[in-house]
Design a protein around this ligand. Structure first.
Ligand code: AMP
Length: 122
């Protein structure tokens, strides 16, 4: 279960324009920007405009329009940064086991290189 939304989280501040980001895309439902500490050649974060802690409350509480608009934006971002032809990986962390750091729902978009196996065996 997602915790209560903290409007002082770093992505909320980016959405309000209080701190800068390296923006790649914006529409009514989503904002996308380069990760400040990229793990792959292309590493973009896509965040919804609404106040959701993680995938958990976003999937449960967001409207159909927000969900559809956000997911379409993820695809548009991948095409915009030019990783759609060679392939990419989406990842979203929810909660402690996934080591989510920023409590505003976001999808990591990784690409621009061969990405290896999906996850290390336990
Ligand atoms: P997660 O562990 O899924 O919550 O990932 C949070 C991501 O946000 C990490 O990959 C960070 O490098 C990234 N990040 C944190 N602060 C910023 C920032 N100000 N601008 C861009 N990316 C950030």
């Amino acid at each position: 279960m997602a915790s209560r939304y903290d409007d002082q989280n770093v992505f909320a501040k980016i959405l309000r324009g209080e701190i800068p980001c390296n923006k790649v895309y914006e529409d009514d439902f989503a904002l996308a920007f380069h990760d400040i500490s990229p793990q792959t050649k292309v590493h973009v974060l896509v965040i919804p405009k609404g106040s959701y802690v993680s995938s958990d409350d976003f999937f449960a509480d967001a409207s159909e329009a927000e969900i559809a608009g956000f997911m379409r934006a993820v695809g548009a971002v991948a095409r915009q940064v030019g990783i759609d032809a060679d392939g990419y990986r989406l990842l979203s962390n929810h909660g402690d086991h996934a080591r989510q750091e920023v409590p505003h729902f976001h999808i990591h978009l990784f690409g621009g290189q061969e990405l290896g196996r999906m996850i290390k065996p336990a």
